[in-house]
Write a protein that binds this ligand. Structure first.
Ligand SMILES: NC(=O)c1ccc[n+]([C@@H]2O[C@H](COP(=O)([O-])OP(=O)(O)OC[C@H]3O[C@@H](n4cnc5c(N)ncnc54)[C@H](O)[C@@H]3O)[C@@H](O)[C@H]2O)c1
Length: 436
């Protein structure tokens, strides 16, 4: 099939590459001239494990192209995926301005038989809005479908090629069949292809992300309570997780959820609820709890230093909003850095992949270490924000030797408190012993 993916970001580039790798001819279209030029030079603009190899292979096979030319990329496409960003507006609702610009730009070039598919996360009713807009621009009925994307950054290739399920929202069986044949190579392990209305499909994406965010905020709230009541959230987590009705997924306490999806999708669903007269009590609490949780590690550090951060040297391990990505959008690390810098601390950071994205925000307000150990030299404490595998088994002896004071604030509960005590560290974590 000839496919064009509009928007060559984390979702568009991964989707386009995986579709190309399964035998389709794919053009990834973007307005970012520099990004497309880099891709055409063979440079991958994001860090995503396994992506580069697939891009190189597909480009070599001439099945994957990168372009800024809307007319030629759209006129030959049988399926056009929309994968542009849908960030939050000031009131929390999804900002669809990029999406509408794309719809207007592609309308004059669309083949009458082409199917336009929203892969961007969009509010319920957007598909219907695109149908209306395309009809007004082209003078004919256009085929529009919803196909929300559930991939996780850091495991995006795996998630795309082996999805738990594929959801499509369509108005005709014919369009469902086109999408089913496109996804068939990824559904060989009998994972379901779920066909529903565009409205249900659009809603499914928001509900999935909001429920996962709810689990995280719930366990974070309970962790904070455990800490004050001499209970240990790790034990409690195990105690509940073995209950098959509950399970373990997304019940790890930490420094709050971040990234470009959960925060904005919870807010967008909240806005939809308000617009339709449903009081979004749970969704609002999930968001508020998360905002507060992003402050928790910084508050512990400030309290430890008696409210005085000025002149303190603080090392931070982990900047990406989660491991195996370079994405720092809405990352909890950004909140912590603001707290530390506002207090006058000297902050040295290390992340295996996200340093350049943080440098673009903070420039020389931070010191960027060449490695995790180097970040610790002369530090009064270490804050751990992202659970990269690199941090799980460090040389504790070397750490203690390099630090001015062997004190750790672990926002991801990577280590066992008793072991840290025996290694001579003062160790603070989330929802476990108050301090050891
Ligand atoms: N990132 C994820 O993990 C993830 C997962 C599932 C769903 N989503 C959803 O997918 C959508 C895209 O997310 P992303 O993280 O890939 O965004 P992104 O910001 O990484 O990429 C968006 C791309 O769209 C391009 N773009 C913007 N306006 C354009 C236009 N008029 N024409 C062509 N290109 C244009 C940008 O230049 C950018 O390259 C969002 O709705 C998001 O909620 C994201």
């Amino acid at each position: 099939m000839r496919i064009t993916v509009v928007g060559t970001g984390y979702v568009g580039l991964v989707s386009g590459t995986c579709f190309a790798n399964s035998g389709n001819t794919v053009t990834c279209l973007d307005i970012n001239v520099e990004k497309i030029a880099r891709l055409n030079r063979g440079e991958i603009p994001i860090y995503e494990p396994g992506l580069e190899e697939l891009v190189v292979r597909s480009v070599k096979a001439r099945r994957l192209l990168f372009s800024t030319d809307t007319a030629s990329a759209i006129s030959t496409a049988q399926v056009v995926f929309l994968a542009v960003g849908t960030p939050p507006s000031a009131d929390g609702s999804a900002d669809l301005s990029s999406l509408w610009k794309v719809v207007d730009a592609i309308a004059p070039h669309l083949d009458p038989e082409a199917v336009v598919v929203t892969k961007s996360t969009v509010p319920v009713g957007t598909c219907a809005g695109i149908e209306t807009r395309l009809k007004a621009r082209t003078g004919r009925e256009c085929r529009v479908a919803s196909n929300p994307e559930f991939l996780k950054e850091g495991a995006a290739i795996h998630d795309f090629q082996k999805p738990d399920r594929v959801v499509v929202g369509v108005r005709s069986a014919e369009v469902a069949e086109i999408l089913r044949s496109l996804y068939l190579p990824f559904l060989r392990t009998e994972h379901p292809f779920l066909v529903m209305s565009p409205e249900s499909s659009e809603m499914t994406k928001y509900v999935a992300n909001s429920l996962l965010a709810t689990k995280i905020s719930f366990i974070n709230e309970v962790a904070n309570l455990c800490e004050r009541m001499e209970a240990d959230i790790d034990d409690v987590r195990r105690g509940i997780g073995h209950d098959k009705r509950i399970g373990f997924a997304f019940l790890f306490p930490g420094v709050g959820y971040g990234g470009s999806c959960f925060p904005k999708d919870v807010q967008a669903l909240t806005a939809m609820a308000r617009d339709h007269g449903v009081v979004p009590r749970i969704l609002e609490a999930v968001h508020e709890t998360n905002l507060a949780q992003k402050q928790v590690l910084g508050e512990k550090i400030v309290a430890h230093f008696g409210g005085q951060l000025a002149g303190r040297r603080i090392a931070v391990w982990g900047l990406a909003f989660k491991p195996r990505t370079d994405d720092v959008r809405d990352a909890p690390s950004l909140d912590l850095l603001e707290q530390l810098l506002a207090g006058g601390a000297q902050v040295t950071v290390y992340d295996p992949e996200a340093m350049e994205n943080v440098r673009a925000i903070h420039g020389d307000r931070l010191t960027y270490a060449v490695g995790p150990m180097e970040a610790l030299d002369g530090a009064d404490c270490l804050a751990i924000v992202t659970e990269w595998g690199d941090f799980r088994h460090p040389d504790f002896h070397d750490m203690a030797r390099r630090m001015r004071s062997p004190t750790i604030f672990d926002g991801r509960n990577l280590y066992a408190p008793a072991e840290m005590r025996s290694r001579g560290f003062e160790y603070h974590s989330i929802g476990r012993e108050a301090a050891v």
